[in-house]
Design a protein around this ligand. Structure first.
Ligand code: VOV
Length: 247
């Protein structure tokens, strides 16, 4: 029987996609709109404090296309903290104007195919990867994915060494994009409908397409990858929401 690879698991992640209910928002009074935006700024400032204190991380993104309008991405040391945070957000005035579009629950994950025997509890590089500050890069791309479990190609029936070889090749393609694309891989087996979440950051949108296209030709993607829906967008500061919501 092929052996499972050990994973290193870091902070939990909640990708919370919402659509703006423009009809309801336009019907709201100016006072109500102001109140909703101010209350949100306060909540978001708390999330930023958490990031400052290295107890989590946060990002706000405006999504392109019809699947969603906004993404609120939070990382926390425990899933309970994410549940609480989600509940607090849902209680805000602003949330009355936001329609849930999609969500993804996962945990920052590193596989150990290429482990160098470092202690994840003390090694600063591993710590930074397991408990990342979300990059303040301009653009984001998120999609969930699976590994195939078909009769011909079944990832979970491949020997560990072979999986390691394929992941090494994958890593080499990724390394060509150093400085152009950053990846945060989150594991979601047992947590959500797909096996992994892929969150990518870039300074230039086109780099997502270039990287993902090139990776399609890597054996691991060509033979074993299955993808969910893609979401792309732009990073925003909390103050930018005032402009986005201005009608
Ligand atoms: C900037 C690009 C980039 C780079 C450098 C990179 C490197 C690496 C390394 C070195 C490793 C293995 C060790 C670890 O760190 O876990 C991984 C791991 C992983 N990756 Fe990756 N990946 C990238 C980018 C990248 C992309 C674009 C995708 C989506 C695939 C595609 O076709 O659309 C992806 C997927 C994954 C997954 C699902 C895993 C976990 C697989 C498992 O079975 O455990 N990844 N990845």
């Amino acid at each position: 029987m092929p052996e499972a690879v050990e994973t290193l698991d870091g902070w939990y992640a909640l990708h919370d996609f919402r659509k703006i209910d423009w009809t309801a928002w336009k019907l709201a009074s100016e006072d109500e709109q102001k109140q909703a935006l101010n209350e949100f700024q306060e909540l978001y400032a708390n999330w930023e404090d958490v990031e400052q204190n290295r107890q989590g991380s946060v990002g706000l993104y405006q999504i392109v296309g019809q699947k969603a309008d906004l993404l609120f991405l939070n990382l926390r040391p425990t899933m309970e903290e994410l549940t609480d945070l989600e509940t607090s957000f849902n209680k805000t005035k602003l949330a009355e104007f936001l329609i849930p579009a999609y969500s993804y629950v996962s945990v920052v994950e590193l596989s150990t195919y290429m482990a160098k025997g470092k202690d994840p509890e003390t090694d600063p590089e591993l710590q930074a990867r397991l408990r990342p500050v979300l990059p303040k890069w301009d653009h984001i791309c998120f999609y969930p994915m699976d590994r195939k479990k078909g009769e011909g190609n079944n990832w979970f029936m491949e020997e560990k060494d072979e999986r390691g070889r394929l992941m090494y090749e994958h890593g080499m393609t990724g390394r060509k994009y150093a400085g152009k694309v950053r990846q945060i891989i989150t594991g979601s087996i047992g947590f959500d409908d797909w096996e992994w979440g892929v969150t990518l950051y870039a300074h230039e949108m086109l780099q997502f397409k270039k990287l993902i296209y090139e990776m399609r030709f890597d054996e691991v993607s060509a033979r074993f990858a299955e993808f969910g829906e893609f979401y792309i967008g732009h990073r925003k500061e909390k103050e930018d929401l005032n402009d986005i919501m201005s009608v």
